[in-house]
Design a protein around this ligand. Structure first.
Ligand SMILES: [Zn+2]
Length: 223
């Protein structure tokens, strides 16, 4: 039994937007490298954002050791090529990984016996996996699924946030595909629309979804 507990594992630590996932990821890297003098290997999917740094909203950042394009298949050879022993592999914005890349992570765990910790969103603003194949694959392949929790951002609501509510010019919106293209950016502009995301609980998400559907029905009836 002891051997089982000592095995390396593949972790998927998921949470909604603004739940400090990247900060958690960078804190783990800092812990390994600064306090224990144990090098880690930090990976960032190219779809997450431009640039070679993994950066949290607090400003804390670290250069990624590998930027993964969706077409990249190999990860394990990059780990083997490093001159120093790697104690942990960390991935930020793991929802953007491909199925093949997630499988490659299981190879790092099973063959190299190195723990791999992935941080990312579980579902998109439409509450499905579209554009987030990495999250879906990790839910199927990971040894451990761990939720990074935060509370609903709506005033006077203390429920746990489970969904990413998309706001266009301040109004909830449940359509459009730009989220997938532009990645995990908390705020951006498309044409004249200001788009932001708010973490909300299931109750608030469903309420907004029902209001949105009713408004659509009214508009369609008028036309
Ligand atoms: Zn709520």
């Amino acid at each position: 039994m002891l051997e089982v507990f000592q095995m390396a594992k593949l972790y998927f630590r998921y949470g909604v937007m603004s739940s400090s996932k990247t900060l958690n990821c960078l804190a783990v890297a800092h812990n390994y490298e600064t306090y224990q003098d144990k090098p880690v290997f930090l990976i960032k999917p190219s779809l997450a954002s431009n640039g070679e740094y993994v950066e949290s909203q607090t400003g804390l950042k670290r250069k990624a050791d590998l930027i993964l394009k969706p077409s990249d298949i190999d990860i394990l050879p990059h780990i083997l090529k490093t001159k120093q022993k790697i104690y942990c592999v960390l991935i930020d914005e793991a929802q953007y990984l491909t199925e093949i890349q997630v499988y490659e992570l299981t190879e790092i765990v099973d063959k190299l016996k190195i723990p791999v910790i992935c941080y990312g969103l579980k579902t998109n603003y439409q509450n499905n996996f579209h554009g987030f194949g990495g999250a879906e694959a990790l839910i199927r392949w990971a040894d451990k699924l761990e939720e990074i929790k935060t509370v609903c951002f709506n005033d006077h609501c203390n429920n746990k946030a489970l969904h990413n509510l998309r706001l266009e010019n301040g109004s909830p919106c449940f359509e459009g595909t730009e989220f997938v293209v532009l990645g995990n950016i908390n705020s951006h502009n498309i044409e004249d629309r200001d788009i932001t995301y708010k973490p909300v609980c299931r109750h608030c998400y469903k309420e907004e979804m029902n209001n949105y559907t009713k408004k659509r029905e009214v508009v369609e009836t008028c036309v």
